[in-house]
Design a protein around this ligand. Structure first.
Ligand code: NAD
Ligand code: UD1
Length: 356
């Protein structure tokens, strides 16, 4: 177990979906946490709730509304804290938008990361955990996807993940003092079991379960199922859904690895998934069961860029991070519904305040 007595972790993008759940776990484990987030895709309410959920450890959370590309602000923050490590979530993540606005994605995700790495190096903070994605496997030739599979990008968002992974490998090669863990997330779903924090996407959700959630609370009339002719059990796409609390735990495991196995770690990559594939229709059925709500469906053609079946090989993370997902789709849907039914308009609280 990591002794977290004096450890301060910088979390970029910590007000967002995965970040807020990870910050809570860090606080509960006794870490001090400094979050920077420009709140482009998040609400500060998430962090207020995280601090409340963390009880007396909530006092160990500091928030700065800062854009990662603002080097002066970043320098100031690094000058006023001594960070043991950085968990870097901040980035834009909407695939469709990245196709429309590639320069925005390259600027935000790449320049943001380069600025962060430069400031970290200048302050001799050289331990990093980075949010990569299963998107780097594209349409895999076989499943489960192991970390050694060939990588590709099918859109600018995915390309930023590939490039940042390469930047991290180069940075480590140039200076072996860097200890970097790249985490390739599969499909995060669900919410903290309290129903107090969860996913609150701005605008129309791109991902399956946030969309289902909005149908269930009456914000959207139906779910469009993209593709019914895949070579899968029921013709719909198969993915590896992972509970966001398990994902947050994976970050603690990665941090622990950076500290405890520091000599063995260079720049290492791990999948964070469950190793199980679930189809769109199976997910909808699990959600209907958990919520008691009927989700009206409209069947449509395939969504461009979508793969047929993607799920993770989990052996490397299990062996080296000693981490394994605990929850299944029932728990994901139960906790998603608990969050959605208590917060139908997310953190905004009402349709007027929220982004529809
Ligand atoms: P999110 O949008 O909820 O969180 C990202 C946070 O980063 C937001 O709070 C946003 O305001 C902030 N941010 C963006 N650009 C910033 C900048 N320049 N400066 C400061 N803050 C900035 O997304 P999430 O789902 O929590 O994802 C976190 C990370 O994990 C992202 O890098 C994402 O690409 C990656 N990821 C997410 C998924 C997923 O399905 N959610 C899957 C794989 C990988
Ligand atoms: C998408 C992104 C991927 C990103 C991942 C996690 C694309 C092409 N890929 O992947 O880059 O890493 O999210 O953020 O956008 N589905 C529907 N109806 C919907 C939404 C989705 O049927 O309204 C289906 C999809 O066709 C897919 C499954 O649900 O079969 C999961 O979709 P989604 O949640 O968007 O995740 P990914 O496709 O894995």
């Amino acid at each position: 177990m990591v002794s977290a007595l004096v450890r301060t972790i910088l979390v970029t993008g910590g007000a967002g979906y995965i970040g807020s759940h990870t910050v809570l776990q860090l606080l509960q484990q006794g870490f001090r946490v400094v979050v920077i987030d420009n709140l482009d895709n998040a609400s500060q309410v998430a962090l207020i709730r995280v601090a409340e959920l963390a009880g007396h450890n909530g006092a160990n959370l500091v928030f700065h509304k800062v854009d990662l590309r603002d080097r002066h602000a970043l320098e100031d923050i690094f000058s006023s804290h001594r960070f043991e490590a950085v968990i870097h979530f901040a980035g834009l993540k909407a695939v469709g938008e990245s196709v429309q606005k590639p320069l925005l994605y390259y600027d935000n995700n790449l320049i943001g990361t380069i600025t962060l790495l430069e400031v970290m190096a200048a302050h001799r903070c050289k331990k990093l955990v980075f949010s990569s994605s299963a998107t780097v496997y594209g349409w895999p030739k076989e499943v489960p996807c192991t970390e050694e599979f060939p990588l590709c990008a099918t859109n600018p968002y995915g390309r930023t993940k590939l490039v940042i992974e390469d930047i991290c490998r180069d940075v480590h090669r140039s200076d072996p003092e860097w200890k970097i863990i790249l985490l390739r997330y599969f499909n995060p779903v669900g919410a903290h079991p309290s129903g107090y924090i969860g996913e609150d996407p701005c605008g129309i959700p791109n991902n399956l379960m946030p969309y289902v959630q909005q149908v269930a609370v009456g914000r959207r009339p139906h779910l469009t199922v993209y593709g019914t002719d895949y070579n899968t059990k029921d013709g719909t796409g198969v993915r590896d859904y992972i509970h966001v609390v398990d994902l947050a735990d994976g970050h603690i495991a990665a941090l622990r690895k950076l500290y405890e196995d520091s000599d063995k770690i260079g720049c290492e990559v791990y999948n964070l998934g469950t190793g199980k594939g679930t189809s769109v229709l199976e997910m909808v059925a699990a959600f209907e069961k958990a919520s008691g709500k009927k989700i009206p469906l409209v069947f449509a053609g395939r969504r461009p860029g979508d793969a047929e079946i993607v799920y993770a090989a989990t052996a490397k993370a299990e062996k080296e991070l000693k981490w394994k997902a605990k929850y299944g789709v029932e728990e994901m849907c139960r906790d998603l519904w608990n969050w959605a039914s208590k917060n139908p308009y997310g953190y905004a609280g009402s349709p007027e305040d929220g982004s529809n």
